[in-house]
Each structure stands twice: as C-alpha cells, then as structure tokens.
Design a protein around this ligand. Structure first.
Ligand code: SF4
Ligand code: FE
Length: 483
C-alpha cells in the first residue's frame, strides 16, 4: 500500500487506542467527538488532495529509494524545487482547511532527523541514520501521519535541563536497558498528536555534557504503553457541542492541541535516533525549527488567503466594496500575506544540500520568514476586523436566527445589501470571528507568535546568521577606513 484515501486514514486512526483526556474524562471515541473531529478532518485533507490528479505533482512524489508514489508529507527533500513545492502544498492546504493541518511537523522532523543522524553516525559510528531510514520507509509505505514533538514544558526557563528542581521538565532517559531505553517527561502544544499514527520526539534546546540524559530522539506509536494526552481548551470550543453550523464559523476543519505525557515509555533500540550525543541536540533543534519556520511561509499564507477573502466578502455584503479605504485595506492585507509567501519561497530557493544528501532551507531567510509571521497575521486580523465591523463579536446565535419570533427580527436588522441573505452575512462574519478570536485563532494568531519558536528564538538565529562582521567590512571599504 502506498497512498491512503481520506476515508482509509480516518479508519486507520479509529483503530488506534490512544489514551486521550478532555474535561477530566477519558475520550472513548475521539474520531467521532464533535470537538475533536474537525481537527482530524484537517489532516484528512492531506490524504484527500493527494488522490486528486490536479494536485498529484504538489501532494505526492516518486520515492527515489523505492520508486513508489508517496505523499510529500513523508518525503525527504532532494532539491530546492522540493522545498518550494513543500511551501506551495502548505499554502494550498491552508486555503482548503483554514486551519492547521498538522502533518508538516512530521515532515519537518523527518528531514531534520535524516540529516542530523547522518552526521552523528559519521562522528560516532552509531546506527541512528539506518534506524531512522527504517522507520521512514515504514511510514512512507503505510502513508502514516507522524507528529513531531519538540516543545518540553521547560519549568524554570533560566535553568538547563539537569538544573531543574523537577527533572521531568525536559523529557529524559530514566533507564538504559540492553534492548532499549525508558523515557519520562512531556511535550506541550502538540497539535497533531491525536491524529497521528506515530510520534517523533526531539530535544527542545541545545545541550551541554551534563544534559546527557535529555539529549534523546526517537519514535514511538501514538498508543505506546505509558503515553497519554490531555487536550487543551480553545476559545469557543464547546460551541461545537451545540449543533450549530453557523456559530462555529468553520464547522468542518480545525486543529486541537494536547499535552503528551510520557510516563515510563519504552523505546526499542531500532527506534532511537539520538541517545546522549549532547553536541548534536542543537543541530537537530536548529534544523527542525528552520524547516518549520519555512513551513509558516506556506500554511499561514493559505489561511491568510481565506481571511482576506472573508473580509472582502464582508465588505461586499456591507455595501462598502467600492470605498477607497476598504480597497486599500484589502491591498495592505494582500501585501502582508504575499510578503510572508516571498519569505517561504526565498528560503526554499536558497536552500542547499546537506552531507546526508537531502536539502536544507536557508536558515537566515527561514528565520526572517517566521519573524514576519509573528507580526503580519496580527495586522491582517486587525484589518479584517476593521472591515467586517462590530457584528463579528455581537451577532446573535443561529438558534435565534431559526426562531420563528426572533428570526424575522434578525433578518430585518442585520441585513446588509438587499440581494444577500442575513444568514450568509452571519456565516462570513462567524468565519472571521473563528479565524480572529475563535478556535482557529490558535492556529492562525497565537500559533503565528509561538509556533515553530517564539519571536526571540528567531532573533537569536538572525543574530547568529546575519554576518555583521562582513557588513562592517563593507562599510569600512566604502568609507576608505584603514585600521
Ligand atoms: Fe503545518 Fe502550519 Fe500546522 Fe505547522 S502550523 S503543522 S506548518 S499547518
Ligand atoms: Fe505549528
């Protein structure tokens, strides 16, 4: 089997008995849970689009190793064209879901672990690269979704992993056995975990020799013994229980974050990709973060396309589409959104080959991309709210619209232009609410700030990559300074 259909994917997740908790209770049937299902539907789109002939070149590739057609989300980038196509694929999926479709973290982990394990093996003669390739082929062959788990809870941010008063603040090895390792700890903010077949764990920061037990990377199935998840609440999440399609804004798609707890999880030797080689923790983090910062130049742009479209529709419905300031605001939103896309494409086009043979993005440009993402979606949301008007946050419920007494009143007073129904006007305003303030705001707004690393993390990388000394030399040359 190479490619799964969307339906096969859903059924494959149904078969996995994950230990998931929400509102203090175990979720017995996450696949059909109304709060969780939209997030599963978003990942499903990565399978559905791969089946469509018009998207085949973007969504799939022929594996250079096996000659089989595989989903791009399980692919190792072999060229700068692959890197650009990745960003284009993510924009497409953002447009189709208006949510986080989650599967990119696995793809980014694949590519970071692939090149890093190659370099560890070269230094130590270990077999991490072969371990990883075996795991990768298994995922490609079965078209699996893989979560990439990096973010540790981190406790006291001023302290290294081994200095924390609670040693579990960073995920660590607690036992080394002949057949593998046992790990304890947690990974936070994991959007894709409950919709993934497997999870790749990576360290979250560069480490020193005393952090040996924390420098660990591996893969386990999402139903591994000792592994469980606690779902995070989102703004307006229980609206999904009310049965209203309009009030949730985006009734079909979403994303859901969870804390993954590893309570003495066993990892067999052939699933280990890093185990104590502390000097490679930083390389793995830098590469994964770089790829995921590139990713945001695709996915957030696609969601931005939907938000710009929604603002333009709201303007049409309000009868203000011809006002020059509205046109200018839509131009500004587009300018900001396309600037993000430029960064995603640029860091891909300027990519280079690593020692392992796969392709890495330009790290400076990828970090500039993500730094812009921490700002521009906020301005795009501000302009969308400006255009849409206050009804985004004051509109009555769908139940009121359907009520025999209240419905006609709502229809009368919340109508915009004559030939558009009040219901359609409410639908587009609820979509804007969803993207700006509702559950999709996690994926579009706050994730733009903190996903793939908070702004300061990019600034550190920009400082490291910007080659200030070279710039100083340029200035001194022009000014004819001889020291
Ligand atoms: Fe993919 Fe974007 Fe979600 Fe990351 S935030 S997993 S890049 S959709
Ligand atoms: Fe993300």
């Amino acid at each position: 089997m190479a490619l799964m259909t969307g339906e096969q994917y859903i059924e494959s997740i149904r078969k996995i008995s994950m230990e998931i908790y929400m509102f203090g209770k175990r979720v017995e049937n996450p696949v059909d849970d109304p709060i969780l299902r939209p997030s599963l539907n978003s990942v499903r789109m990565t399978y559905d689009l791969a089946q469509k002939p018009e998207y085949q070149d973007l969504m799939t590739v022929i594996s250079p190793e096996t000659g089989e057609r595989i989903n791009r989300f399980t692919h190792i980038h072999r060229s700068t064209e692959d890197l650009r196509n990745k960003v284009k694929m993510q924009r497409l999926l953002g447009q189709q879901t208006a949510a986080c479709f989650q599967r990119c973290v696995g793809m980014d982990a694949f590519n970071a672990v692939y090149s890093t394990t190659f370099e560890i093996d070269k230094k130590y003669g270990s077999c991490y690269h072969d371990n990883f390739k075996k795991f990768m082929f298994y995922c490609q062959k079965n078209d699996l979704t893989v979560d990439g788990a990096m973010t540790d809870p981190k406790g006291d941010r001023s302290k290294a992993p081994h200095e924390q008063s609670d040693p579990d603040m960073f995920l660590r090895v607690v036992e080394r056995r002949a057949d593998g390792i046992v790990v304890c700890g947690a990974k936070a903010h994991q959007t894709g975990i409950i919709n993934s077949h497997e999870v790749i764990v990576m360290p979250t920061i560069a480490m020193g020799p005393e952090d040996k037990d924390y420098a660990v990377s591996f893969a386990v199935p999402s139903d591994a013994s000792g592994l469980f998840m606690i779902i995070g609440r989102q703004s307006c999440d229980t609206r999904k229980l009310e049965g209203s399609e309009i009030d949730v804004g985006n009734s079909e798609f979403g994303g859901v974050e969870a804390l993954i707890v590893f309570d003495h999880v066993f990892v067999p030797n052939d699933r280990i990709f890093l185990n104590g080689e502390t000097e490679f923790a930083g390389m793995l983090v830098e590469r994964f973060a770089g790829y995921h910062r590139q990713s945001y130049g695709g996915c957030k742009v696609g969601v931005g396309d939907v938000l710009i479209g929604a603002a333009a529709v709201a303007a049409d419905y309000n009868g203000v589409a011809k006002a020059s300031h509205i046109k200018d605001k839509l131009i500004e939103m587009t300018h900001l959104n396309e600037t993000l896309y430029c960064c995603g494409i640029a860091c891909s086009a300027e990519g280079h080959q690593t020692a392992s043979g796969n392709y890495m993005i330009d790290l400076l440009l990828a970090n500039v991309c993500k730094q812009n993402v921490t700002r521009f979606p906020y301005e795009i949301v501000r302009l969308a709210e400006d255009i849409a008007g206050g009804l985004v946050v004051t509109a009555p419920s769908e139940a009121d619209l359907r009520d025999p007494k209240l419905g006609p009143v709502i229809n009368k007073y919340f109508r915009g232009i004559n030939n558009v129904s009040t219901e359609n006007r409410m639908r587009i305003l609820r979509l804007i609410e969803n993207l700006a303030l509702g559950s999709a705001a996690v994926g579009y707004r706050t994730e733009s700030m903190h996903g793939a690393g908070s702004p300061q993390a990019q600034r550190i990388m920009i400082a490291r990559q910007c080659n200030l000394e070279h710039k100083k030399t340029l200035a001194k040359n022009i000014a004819h300074i001889k020291e």
